[in-house]
Write a protein that binds this ligand. Structure first.
Ligand SMILES: Nc1nc2c(ncn2[C@@H]2O[C@H](COP(=O)(O)OP(=O)(O)OP(=O)(O)O)[C@@H](O)[C@H]2O)c(=O)[nH]1
Ligand SMILES: [Mg+2]
Length: 336
């Protein structure tokens, strides 16, 4: 049976197609529904219109800006971004509070930290970014957190030496991360690269230091030995106490080494190098990478580069593919 739609109906449909907002669309659809001849042949069309109106109303009532604001997106800073992972009360906030000036603090009750809180920890003349995070358990893994963890450059995994369930808690965290295709590994222990399965599943691998926290507490020594034994071949735990300060001073340096970065100081010909603000590069990067970091036009206009530090002799002229080392000083001669 033909629908026999009227010219008025087609006019309303035209308005609907040009509507810009959800509100305009809804009112145009309502008009179309009103103008539609009501008979058996239009049953389908009527139902379809009602569905579209309902769906638009539903979308329109949701809070605005949901899609664009992601509380778990933190701009990277310093030599690299490292996330703090651990069970509730493991001492994540205590570590971040003691090593950075981030507005976070240890709290006696669990699940205290509700969102990511970044801070910068100083290491010699550079900084590493630590991000305090909510805890992870078998039942608790806030949505959005996996994205932040995947985007990070490394992780500090805390194991609470004051807790009897420390091993179960760790396994629960590793399992929850695995669900999100995240694999933590200790680069000092695990020498092989990603497995075939990990590559196939597009698993994100994060270099990680396992921090055995609260090593000042009673029973901590026994639990530490247990942990060390049971994690052998996977992680080599490092003792830490935010209370006594044990292990805290060394932490930023360990994080820097975990990130596999180097610091390079640039100098202009005839001038002293700027030793206050190193450029941070990845291990294995070259003169060209440094040039690009200083200015995007530099790589194409470089005439000569000289290196102090890792070169065979001081001030040696090197190729643009020369691989730099930590603390090298580089002079770039550029014709712009
Ligand atoms: N004895 C001792 N207590 C600590 C240490 N670090 C943290 N604590 C205490 O443990 C409790 C939890 O510390 P937080 O740093 O808030 O733990 P968290 O991992 O951030 O906890 P959530 O935010 O709930 O995930 C607090 O009462 C801290 O004072 C430590 O090294 N030694
Ligand atoms: Mg916390």
């Amino acid at each position: 049976m033909p629908a026999n739609l009227t010219p008025q109906y087609h006019k309303a449909e035209e308005i609907y197609k040009q509507a810009k907002t959800a509100e305009e669309r809804i009112s145009a659809l309502e008009e179309m529904l009103r103008l539609m001849p009501k008979h058996k042949g239009t049953d389908h069309l009527q139902a379809d219109l009602k569905r579209r109106i309902a769906r638009l109303r539903d979308e329109d009532s949701k809070p605005k800006g949901r899609k664009t604001f992601d509380p778990f997106r933190i701009e990277k800073g310093g030599a690299g971004q490292v996330v703090l992972l651990g069970a509730p009360n493991a001492g994540k906030s205590a570590v971040v509070a003691k090593t950075t000036s981030a507005p976070t603090q240890p709290t006696a009750f669990p699940f205290a930290t509700q969102g990511p809180i970044p801070g910068m920890a100083a290491f010699e003349d550079t900084q590493v970014q630590l991000i305090d995070l909510p805890p992870i358990t078998a039942d608790y893994f806030p949505t959005g957190m996996a994205g932040l963890i995947k985007a990070a450059d490394g992780a500090l995994l805390l194991a609470d030496l004051g807790s009897d369930s420390v091993l179960d808690d760790l396994e629960a965290i590793l399992a929850a991360l695995k669900e999100s295709r995240i694999k933590l590994f200790d680069p000092g222990v695990e020498v092989h690269g990603p497995t075939g399965e990990e590559e196939e599943m597009l698993v994100t691998r994060l270099p990680t230091i396992l921090l055995a926290s609260k090593c000042d507490l009673p029973g901590a020594r026994v639990r530490f030995e247990l942990l060390k034994d049971l994690l052998q071949g996977r992680f080599d735990p490092m003792r830490l106490s935010a209370e006594t300060g044990e292990g805290l001073d060394a932490l930023p340096g360990q994080v820097f080494r975990l990130l596999d970065r180097i610091r390079v100081y640039a100098k202009e010909p005839g001038k002293q190098p700027d030793m206050r603000s190193p450029f941070v590069l990845k291990q294995g990067q070259t003169i060209v990478d440094l040039a690009a970091k200083i200015h995007r036009d530099f790589p194409d206009h470089m005439r000569q580069a000289r290196v102090w530090g890792s070169a065979r002799f001081e001030g040696q002229a090197v190729e643009r593919t020369y691989v730099l080392r930590d603390k090298d000083i580089v002079e770039l001669q550029v014709d712009l």
